[in-house]
Design a protein around this ligand. Structure first.
Ligand code: NAD
Length: 317
């Protein structure tokens, strides 16, 4: 049974109140995000299924809990960074849908889920939270592991104005751009719209460069031309998929690091699921999803710009 959230908080250098935070899910993204909160002086209690993951945070100064309930026992704010919708459901709603963490949290607790999940899954958890007097925000991120480490993520948030206002200073520790996309679920919708477009742009840019190269053009010369012409887009500006056209991008480093093809595939599938659920036509997104699904079979761990290898497998070796 929930009670009002009255547990203690700590103060920052300006004597402003800082809530205690429980952080659940300390993987490639969650661990550096949690570390940035610790560095900013937040009292953190962490939980993850993996002991190695929690040890890293313990060394950085966090208290480690044995289960989600213990992690949140003294927290006014809960942040989660979990792989997929089923994990978010399992943590907050429980295996049978009614024995999850939400029922343990005091009223007034702020829950921020930064996992990338279907908007429908986010609103299911948000509705259950609202019924219990808990503020729920979906706050997926863009920016990858580099952004998580640097504290420069983009947060795309769905939820009430009041909950957003409470979350903003905390998110500002982990990110640079914080958008309020709309009501609960809107953060997830905005994120998959962006990533669907990114997948289309990357697949299209690789296709255009390949067409030029197969017709005798130098990939750098062609990229420079398109960059100053109407085909200009983010991938040409900062993330060219052809090896050695740009320095310090995954394509010039064996497609290591960056944003894995299997994560792009996941996001495109979420976009397709949302399109289907809401009866929206997305033919270009569907094609990008099909291309990444085939590509990720062998190249799931490589950066998503490795879709270039679909046209010229020699770039992958
Ligand atoms: P990850 O697999 O590296 O980490 C997930 C962590 O969650 C793991 O440590 C796992 O042990 C833990 N976990 C799983 N189930 C749990 C449970 N029931 N209770 C507690 N812990 C549990 O994943 P990641 O790369 O950190 O991604 C997390 C989320 O962020 C995903 O939704 C992903 O789509 C999204 N995302 C990832 C990136 C990226 O570049 N990696 C970029 C943007 C968004």
């Amino acid at each position: 049974m929930s009670t009002e959230n009255t547990s203690a908080t700590n103060k920052d250098d300006n004597n402003a109140t800082k809530p205690n935070i429980a952080f659940i899910g300390l993987g490639n993204m969650g661990a550096p995000m949690a570390e940035n909160l610790l560095k900013a002086g937040y009292a953190l209690c962490v939980y993850d299924l993996s002991e190695a993951a929690t040890q890293r945070l313990q060394q950085a100064g966090a208290r480690v809990a044995d289960n989600p309930k213990d992690a949140t026992s003294d927290a006014q704010v809960v942040i989660s960074m979990l792989p997929a919708g089923k994990h978010v459901h399992a943590v907050y709603l429980g295996e049978n849908g009614s024995n999850g963490l939400l029922t343990e949290l005091p009223k007034g607790t702020l829950v921020i889920d930064s996992s990338t999940i279907a908007a429908a899954d986010a609103t299911t958890v948000a509705d259950a939270a609202t019924k219990l007097g808990i503020d729920f925000l979906d706050a997926p991120v863009s920016g990858g592991t580099g952004g998580a480490i640097a504290g420069s993520l983009t947060f795309i948030v769905g939820g009430s104005d009041a909950a957003f206002a409470k979350a903003e200073p905390i998110l500002a520790v982990m990110g640079k751009n914080i958008f309020h996309a709309g009501d609960q679920g809107a953060g997830q919708v905005a994120k998959i719209c962006n990533n669907m477009l990114l997948g289309i742009l990357m697949a299209g840019t690789a296709e255009a460069i390949n067409l030029g190269v197969k017709n005798g053009l130098d990939p750098k010369v062609l990229s420079d031309i398109m960059l100053q012409s109407s085909g200009r887009n983010w991938t040409l500006e900062v993330y060219n998929p052809y090896p050695q056209v740009m320095e310090n991008v995954p394509s010039s480093n064996g497609y290591q690091g960056g944003f894995m093809s299997k994560l792009m595939q996941k996001d495109l599938n979420l976009a397709m699921q949302t399109a289907q659920d809401t009866n929206v036509d997305t033919p270009m997104g569907a094609k990008a999803a099909e291309l990444y699904e085939a590509h990720a079979v062998e190249n799931g761990d490589k950066d998503f710009s490795s879709i270039m290898g679909r046209h010229d497998s020699s770039v992958l070796s």
